[in-house]
Design a protein around this ligand. Structure first.
Ligand code: PHE
Ligand code: ZN
Length: 878
């Protein structure tokens, strides 16, 4: 490692701040490259902090425009020092005082997209986690809460729209074609929730009347000409506001709620108080430009950011270790919202697919960390699937353990006890312990122990007494820095199916409720008085985020796939059966044999297709085989991505051949000539039709190319167009190039749509893809400066093209290393995210593993790495 190792921050070393800032008055003059920010801070010593210590205000890439003023008096040069990372006032008064600071910045040069920067026709800000210090000197930590009054001044032409947090209180004209606006946010907040926008933007307006009758003005600001693409986001916003009132009793608390869509954004969106800033990908949609998946993403992210108003903003985090306090909880809330808006089982299946594909993989590799990490070098690297998605699973388990009513009461305790404050996980969990009169201390292990617990279920049957005994054994694997683990509390929803497929009444051992709580390393549960050996359905609804192995036979699995009353476990049973075949098949392929199949799996597919009770969206999930990542994760080590690909496509072909007729009927029966509507029902039909197309075209022959091309050409919406193009992209025929060319012509100039075009090409599982990606980097549709473009092309290649990123010759790894090294100085956060593609490099077979290590070491040896990238390479190689 050439660059210095970044210093670690530890949870155990938390100390309250020495000073508090009660009020912030900001005056921001936006004027090209000489933006001036003047802040007046009302500061006082914190009675809980140390006394007689210097005041240290964080700063990053900013400079003072002049000496600070303390209570209106200029500080002498001896009284303070400005360093690259701080402004230090050596001996501040031991009473409340005001400090006035002016800093200079140049938003147009800000390529990190943290702090104040330019995106398209707007100035905007991003402050989470530590971006406010790039705007002005401040105590940049979430437990310093202040009220803000913000005055923004800019050219009227350049920036007719001037927004900040809170309520608008004043606006007016100034000489020289300039104007100003003043915003006041009455709710105390940490500086990471500060936001400001100034620019020339179009707007869509609406309103919402809250449960207590208050009128809220809603506005979504977008690029001029794109206003009509914001209507779905607006609709989702209103539904979110209503849902949070109905389900969690949470009312909105300002006169306005503003959303601004920008095209340059490091993440998905940001919950700044009263002024959410969004990646435009999660706002803009029309039937012609967005897929059903995009619509679902918009609905979920709009809801997520809105829900943060209570879980994150009104109640925030004491420190960044508590990130899951707001993120896990808010993901849980947005998942519940989607489940209520759409299909609960389908939402659960897709959340679990995502959890396994990303979080389980993260948890099994070098980047594994607890839901609440206890140390970090760079906080930006902890916006992870573990904090977000596993964090949401932990909340879901809590609800399962104490029951819905106690859970709701616990949430009420949380809102009333901690409103206006910065809280910790312990304080949050105490609310539920009190609400349910339960001791949740063992449950807290879910926050501190990393790694995916493994549960092995075995059973025995005593014919004479009619007793079914279930033995459960849990183990938690080692993870970096955690060799020894304690048994966790694992809530397992379950049922026992009788011979006719019905749920049997279950009595005995604490199991009446259909929930087993496994809280020891090993435990047995007996069920008596049964007439015949039951079939176990366990971890229903995926009640615990664990890896489960059972002694269920394949016939049991097919039985569950057909009869289980829990739709999630019907899906799971088919996935498990398919995975078993696929893993045997991978071994066969590596041994030089042909891929395997299992006629019983094909029968199960056929009977699912024939079952009129299954709704299309669920059937689409049932018919989708485990992904290559699923298979790799299950294999765990010595992974050969080419063999996995061969096994999977082989099985897909065999299944498709078996159910060919039924698929063709299904495909034909689902045509919809009506106008496009993004509703869940219509989306489910399109999803099923796309799945049918994908299976029918598994042969990847001339006929497949023709059918996929016809599907593409007949499409009257982006969803169908993309499902045609996605299938076609895997078929090396002239129709493929023709369709890609056509798509480009249709959507030229529409960057968000072209991202789809870039991604599809990046994930083609063919040897020519790396060269194609290199060529596309020179295409006019691509830009290294825009995070969405980088993720669409390079991110998709690295994260979603297992065979080509993991090429045996290491060229995929070398390519990514070059990109990371090149991008790091400009945008370290985006560079670091790309490195996530190395999250399971040690699980690869030895040849590829060596090449991956070589690439990682080359990055590590680079001069002046950012803390973001160096933290990840240190951990990847540890
Ligand atoms: N807090 C944002 C969210 O999840 C994510 C985010 C983190 C955005 C850091 C920008 C920077 O809602
Ligand atoms: Zn969030």
């Amino acid at each position: 490692m050439r660059s210095e190792e970044p210093r670690s921050v530890r949870l155990s070393e938390y100390r309250p701040p020495d000073y508090l800032i009660d009020q912030v008055d900001l005056d921001v003059v936006l004027d090209g490259d000489k933006t001036l920010v003047t802040s007046v801070l009302e500061i006082r010593p914190n009675p809980e902090g140390r006394s007689n210590v210097p005041l240290v205000l964080d700063g990053d890439e900013i400079t003072l425009a002049g000496p600070p003023l303390l209570d209106n008096d200029e500080l002498t040069p001896e009284a303070y020092v400005e360093t690259p990372q701080a402004l230090r006032i050596h001996m501040p008064p031991k009473r409340a005082f005001s400090l006035k600071i002016t800093t200079k910045l140049d938003p147009a040069k800000n390529t990190k997209l943290m702090g104040l920067y330019r995106s398209g026709a707007a100035y905007c800000t991003q402050c989470e986690a530590e971006g406010f210090r790039r705007i002005t000197y401040f105590i940049d930590r979430p437990d310093v809460l202040s009220t803000y009054r913000v005055r923004i001044e800019a050219g009227r032409k350049e920036a007719p729209v001037l927004l900040s947090n809170g309520n608008p209180v004043e606006a007016g004209l100034l000489p020289n074609g300039r104007h100003y606006a003043v915003w006041d946010d009455p709710w105390p907040k940490p500086c990471y929730l500060f936001a400001l926008v100034g620019g020339d933007l179009g707007v869509v307006r609406d309103s919402f009347v809250t449960v207590s009758g208050r009128h809220v003005g809603l506005a979504i600001y977008v690029e001029h000409g794109k206003e009509d693409r914001a209507s779905y986001a607006m609709d989702a916003l209103k539904r979110s506001m209503k849902w949070d009132e109905d389900v969690f009793g949470r009312e909105y608390d300002l006169q306005v709620f503003n959303i601004v869509a920008v095209s340059d954004f490091n993440m998905g969106a940001m919950e700044n108080k009263g002024l959410n800033v969004f990646n435009d990908k999660y706002v803009l949609a029309s039937g012609d430009t967005a897929t059903d998946g995009d619509y679902a993403g918009i609905e979920a992210v709009i809801a997520h950011e809105y829900f943060h108003n209570w879980t994150g903003n009104r109640i925030t985090c004491r420190d960044w270790f508590q990130l899951c306090l707001k993120e896990g909880l808010t993901v849980f809330r947005d998942q519940e919202f989607t489940a209520d808006m759409r299909s609960r089982p389908v939402e659960r299946i897709s959340d679990v697919r995502g959890l396994r594909a990303i979080q389980f993989v993260e948890d099994a590799g070098p980047f594994a960390h607890p839901v609440r990490p206890d140390t970090y070098r760079e906080i930006n690297n902890f916006y992870t699937a573990t904090v977000y998605e596993k964090g949401a699973e932990v909340i879901r388990m809590l609800q399962a353990l104490i029951g819905r009513d106690a859970f709701r009461l616990g949430m009420e305790f949380y809102f009333s006890r901690h409103d206006g404050r910065a809280a910790t996980i312990e304080e949050f969990i105490a609310c539920f312990a009190d609400a349910s009169a339960t001791d949740l201390s063992q449950f807290l292990l879910w926050y501190s122990q990393a790694g995916t617990p493994e549960v092995a279920a075995t059973s025995s049957w005593d014919e004479d007494t009619g007793t079914y005994t279930l033995n459960l054994l849990q183990t938690v694997p080692k993870t970096p820095g955690q060799d020894i683990k304690k048994p966790m509390v694992i809530p397992l929803a379950f049922g026992l199916l009788g011979m006719d497929g019905e749920d049997l009444p279950i009595g005995g051992d604490n199991a009446e409720s259909g929930l087993i709580v496994l809280n020891k390393a090993e435990h047995s549960f007996a069920f008596r008085g049964l007439n015949s050996r039951p079939v176990l359905s366990i971890n229903r609804t995926f009640s615990a985020p664990v890896k489960l192995t059972t002694d269920l036979t394949e016939n049991d699995l097919f039985f569950l796939a057909r009869y289980d009353s829990d739709p999630f476990n019907r899906w799971q049973a088919l996935q498990t059966a398919a995975l078993r075949v696929l893993i045997r098949s991978v071994h066969a392929v590596r041994g030089g044999n042909r891929p395997l199949n299992d006629p019983r799996l094909a029968e199960a597919f056929a009977s699912a297709i024939a079952d009129p009770e299954i709704d299309p969206a669920l059937l689409a999930q049932l018919l989708a085989l485990p992904s290559e990542t699923d298979i790799a994760r299950e294999i765990g080590n010595d992974v050969d991505p080419d063999a996995i690909y061969a096994a999977r496509i082989g099985l897909k072909r065999a299944l498709a051949r078996f159910v060919r007729g039924a698929l063709a009927d299904l495909y034909r029966g689902l045509v919809n000539d009506g106008p496009y509507s993004p509703d869940a029902r219509a989306a489910g039909r399109r999803a099923l039709r796309a799945t049918a197309l994908d299976l029918i075209c598994a042969e990847q022959d001339d006929a497949s190319a023709m059918l996929a091309f016809a599907h593409y050409s007949a499409a009257n919406n982006m969803t169908d167009r993309m499902s045609g193009l996605a299938v076609l992209s895997g078929i090396d025929r002239p129709e493929r190039d023709q369709a890609f060319a056509d798509f480009y012509k249709r959507h030229k100039g529409d960057a968000l749509v072209l991202d789809k075009w870039l991604s599809l090409q990046a994930v083609i599982p063919e040897a020519g893809t790396l060269d194609r990606v290199r060529r596309l980097m020179k295409h006019e549709a691509f830009s290294m400066a825009n995070p969405n473009r980088v993720r669409a092309l390079i991110g998709a290649f690295a994260a979603s093209n297992p065979t080509q990123f993991n090429r045996a010759d290491g060229a995929g790894f070398d390519f990514l290393a070059d990109i990371v090294i090149d991008l790091d100085p400009k945008n370290p956060q985006v560079a670091a995210r790309l490195l996530g593609a190395f999250r399971s490099w040690r699980a690869l077979e030895p040849g590829r593993r060596g090449r991956a290590e070589f690439a990682l070491k080359r990055i590590a040896a680079t001069d002046k790495l950012s803390p973001d990238v160096s933290d990840l390479v240190i951990r990847a190689l540890a």
